[in-house]
Design a protein around this ligand. Structure first.
Ligand code: GRF
Length: 199
């Protein structure tokens, strides 16, 4: 029996594709559902192309009511009998009630070497701080933003003249390497941090 994985996205969905493509053969999980909070997310078309069922829960239909938005999300996840949730560029902050419901069963990828640079604009903040290395982190999701136990990190050098866009472009392929490997281990019960170094 494979674990039924739901992937939550808001945008292009390249990390979702990397995860879904990896979930074949002897992989302990399968991508059973992709949900976006944005009906225009490019990742929805990519999920369709991969023949993964999709759903949209538009947060704008729930103005000022995060609980109802999350109740709708949760209902769809339950309906699809999702067991583990992977956030992949999902740009909504989740309430402690929702993270508690999925405790130990929800992971996220964040474009910084956590605990540094939680939240947004991570690449620019790393540059502004004069960092010589940068990277991405896969972690378990807890009530605190970008703060759950670290499951894996990929690091890379910051080069002279790098811009935030250059860092983002160079980091994304590392995210695509790291996240599938970590999810595979996580579903197999291995929560020891995986550390990847790119030169
Ligand atoms: C990635 O950098 C991810 O870490 C993030 O937003 C980006 C999403 O890209 N927070 P994609 O939608 O997976 O292509």
């Amino acid at each position: 029996m494979t674990t039924r994985v739901g992937i939550l996205i808001s945008g292009g969905g390249s990390n979702m594709v990397a995860l879904a493509r990896d979930m074949t053969g002897d992989h302990p999980g399968r991508a059973r559902l992709v949900i976006s909070n944005d009906p225009g997310a490019g990742g929805l078309l990519k999920a369709n192309a991969l023949k993964i069922p999709t759903a949209v829960v538009d947060h704008r239909d729930f103005p000022g009511n995060r609980e109802e938005f999350e109740a709708a999300l949760h209902a769809i996840l339950e309906e699809a009998r999702i067991e583990v949730v992977a956030l992949a560029g999902f740009m909504r902050i989740l309430t402690p009630a929702f993270t508690a419901r999925w405790a130990g069963r929800m992971v996220n990828i964040h474009p910084s070497l956590l605990p540094k640079y939680r939240g947004l604009h991570t690449h620019q903040r790393a540059l502004d701080a004069g960092e010589v290395e940068h990277g991405c982190t896969v972690h378990e999701v807890t009530a605190d933003l970008d703060d759950g136990p670290i499951l894996g990190q990929a690091r890379m050098a910051v080069r002279p003249g790098d811009t935030a866009q250059m860092l983002a472009d160079r980091l994304l392929p590392l995210e695509h390497q790291l996240y599938p490997q970590v999810l595979r281990r996580f579903l197999a019960g291995n929560r020891a941090p995986l550390m990847l170094d790119a030169v």
